[in-house]
Design a protein around this ligand. Structure first.
Ligand code: IVH
Length: 673
């Protein structure tokens, strides 16, 4: 994808997000589900991670908490809420310590004591107390100015409202993290992507009684402004916090020396899966508050602290169960159900084990402690097993030889590699195997196939279990009055669904062939077949043929594909699906682009908006007439078609190269010649 397109998609997402923020906060009428909102947010963050050139100062990801609200009053922090710089390995820690000793200009490196505190992944808050009373609570905001979320914070049980202890400072900002326990998050997991989002969302409810419904927790770990605090070290401060009635992290420790910091890091990383809250690293703080004061800050992070982060794409967890999933093509894929663990901001509870061979090779067993990796959008997978942690008496995993539909599975012989496949399959039974059928329907409605908007995998699962659908054609015969009364549905959402379905009743032959989900027939092959057979009638008549020899003449289609198509037609249910769909859908014939059309050997480029015709249609019109589209102005360009609000630079370039410039009318005239 080119940068422009990426940027366009990115900006569209940001403008969508703004629209949803407004609907949510200012109109109190969210337009989308929280999960979709979270997904949009994550999309934006992922875009920024992937395409570094995108990030700008207006990025919503820089807004702490992400859903900036006009409804909360903004208040300045008396002492700014800083962030932390990150360390990822031993070298970073050694440098951190070096920077400190150099700054203090003395040789105390081996004596520096740190407070090592697991870094909870939640939302930070600053609580202002005067004379022992909780007066006001702010979110971090941009670090300088936070939002007044006092009323919401008051609903949190872990936050003391009155503190009577004698040594409690006259005035102090107690700072810490608001979060949700993983066990509590389970009940909310269909609404939010991870506990952090759930905490953030709940903390920003307009109505505190909504916040109160969510079991938010608070752990205290630092302070901002203070008056009359007579405490010398961070660890002493932490001890006092408990005395004053705050919760602190039970895994906090004081440690000297980088080696010991690393040892503690490894220990806690191993414990991570057993904790009931997400941590994404360990924070190290110089323990001596006087030294902290001397060290001060750089930019917006203290010199005296650092966050030693856990890897963003891997984590340790335990396999609770191994399940076998059946894919659209009948492949049996083993999936490890693991104890949920946060890997780089996403809670992972499934990790693929690929196939039977992989399980045997790595000797992966139920109960094993494993390293799970997640990179980008790829499905998380199990990397390795920690054999030291294996319990006595654990048993090898026995891979089933039967599909849940009752059929014996097979491993196919690969004619090319002369080997048996690693993958076990339910022999190609198509819609006759319930498991496969469900996956085939998911494929049928998916984006590349029929592209029925709003008809996601979850809906397929749901409708399937309610026996509303069994075969693709059932989608067009849905009992909408039954759906309307289902949980989570209503008149409007049913109307939307019906609209999306009706919209897709016209479909090109190539998309249709692809949507059938015939093994080895992806988009490209479907295109080739549709170009060759031209009409749905010809495609269906393949079923009457004894041999498919004419298909072999299609460049790009080989024996594997032909065998698979034959298999497809050999199955009666498939044929029934095909005939039924042909009745319901309007499947447009494949149009062959003329080779000697009017625009033969001519290149075109479009700039600006055309009237009454989309860019895609204009492009296809040019191609149908044998012309081609180019994406930049060069000597190779014959015509620049100019619509409304064109890019001036393109016109200037074209003029300087003596390229013919056409308006929409000129262009249509050429086409009508
Ligand atoms: S100290 C200047 N201590 O990490 C010191 N922060 O990246 C900054 N966090 O916004 C805060 N656990 O949300 C500190 N024990 C801990 C922490 C902690 C989690 C978060 C906090 C902060 C972020 C800094």
């Amino acid at each position: 994808m080119n940068e422009k397109l990426i940027k366009k998609q990115y900006l569209k997402k940001i403008s969508d997000l703004r629209k949803h923020n407004q609907a949510y906060y200012d109109k109190s009428a969210p337009l989308i589900a929280d999960t979709d909102y979270d997904k949009l947010k994550n999309d934006i963050i992922n875009y920024e991670k992937k395409y570094k050139f995108l990030k700008n100062q207006n990025s919503p990801s820089l807004l702490v908490g992400f859903r900036p609200s006009k409804n909360f009053k903004k208040i300045k922090h008396k002492v700014p809420m800083l962030s932390l710089s990150n360390a990822f390995d031993e070298e970073d820690l050694i440098n951190f310590e070096k920077r400190i000793t150099n700054y203090l200009d003395k040789n105390i490196s081996s004596n520096i004591e740190y407070s090592a505190e697991p870094k909870i992944d939640g939302i930070s808050a600053s609580l202002y107390y005067r004379d022992g009373k909780f007066i006001a609570g702010l979110s971090r905001g941009d670090g300088k100015e936070g939002e007044d979320i006092t009323e919401n914070l008051k609903t949190i049980k872990d936050i003391p409202k009155n503190i009577l202890e004698k040594n409690f400072p006259k005035e102090i900002d107690i700072r810490g993290e608001v979060f949700i326990k993983n066990s509590d998050f389970k009940k909310l997991s269909d609404k939010f992507a991870n506990p952090r989002n759930a905490a953030s969302g709940s903390l920003r409810q307009k109505n505190p009684s909504e916040t109160k419904k969510i079991p938010l927790r608070f752990i205290a770990y630092t302070f901002g402004y203070e008056k009359n605090m007579k405490i010398a070290t961070q660890s002493e401060y932490l001890q006092n916090l408990s005395k004053w009635g705050f919760k602190t992290n039970p895994l906090n420790k004081t440690i000297k020396g980088v080696k010991n910091l690393l040892e503690n890091y490894k220990l806690i990383e191993q414990k991570r899966e057993d904790l009931d809250f997400d941590i994404d690293g360990i924070v190290y703080k110089v323990n001596d508050l006087e030294l902290q004061r001397r060290l001060g800050n750089v930019a917006n992070a203290p010199r005296w602290a650092i966050a030693h982060k856990f890897s963003a794409n891997s984590a340790i967890s335990k396999i609770e169960k191994i399940e076998i999933q059946i894919g659209r093509t009948g492949a049996l894929t083993p999936v490890a159900k693991i104890k949920p663990i946060n890997v780089g901001g996403v809670v992972v509870s499934n990790a693929t084990l690929h196939n039977e061979e992989e399980i045997t090779r790595k000797d992966i067993r139920v109960g094993d402690t494993v390293v799970v990796e997640r990179a980008g959008d790829v499905i998380p997978h199990v990397v390795s097993v920690d054999l030291n942690k294996r319990k006595e008496g654990s048993k090898k995993f026995v891979f089933p030889t039967k599909c849940p539909c009752g059929f014996e599975t097979i491993k196919e012989f690969n004619e090319v590699s002369k080997k048996f496949d690693a993958v076990r399959r339910c022999p190609d039974r198509g819609f006759d195997c319930d498991k496969i059928a469900k996956e085939k329907i998911k494929h049928f409605v998916s984006k590349e196939a029929l592209n029925i908007e709003g008809f996601g995998k979850k809906i397929v699962e749901n409708f399937w279990s309610l026996k509303l659908i069994k075969l693709p054609q059932d989608i067009f015969k849905l009992n909408y009055s039954k759906i309307e009364i289902l949980d989570g549905w209503g008149r409007q959402s049913v109307a939307n669904l019906k609209y999306s379905i009706d919209l897709r009743k016209t479909i090109s032959l190539e998309k249709f062939i692809y949507s059938l989900g015939i093994r080895h027939i992806g988009l490209e092959n479907a295109k080739l077949i549709s170009k060759n057979l031209k009409s749905i009638k010809n495609f269906i008549s393949l079923s009457k043929k004894k041999n498919f020899d004419d298909l072999i003449n299609i460049d790009g289609i080989g024996v594997t594909q032909i065998k698979s198509i034959k298999n497809f037609f050999d199955n009666k249910t498939n044929l029934n699906v095909l005939l039924e769909l042909e009745k319901i859908l309007s499947i447009t014939n494949s149009i062959e682009f003329k080779k000697d059309g009017l625009l033969k050997n001519k290149t075109f480029m479009l700039t600006g908006k055309l009237n009454g015709i989309s860019r895609a249609e204009a492009k296809s019109l040019i191609e149908k007439n044998s012309g081609s589209i180019v994406s930049n102005v060069s000597k190779k360009l014959d015509y620049l078609i100019v619509g409304e609000k064109p890019t001036k630079r393109k016109i200037d370039n074209a003029m300087s190269l003596n390229i013919k410039i056409l308006n929409q009318g000129d262009w249509l005239k050429i086409l009508n010649e």
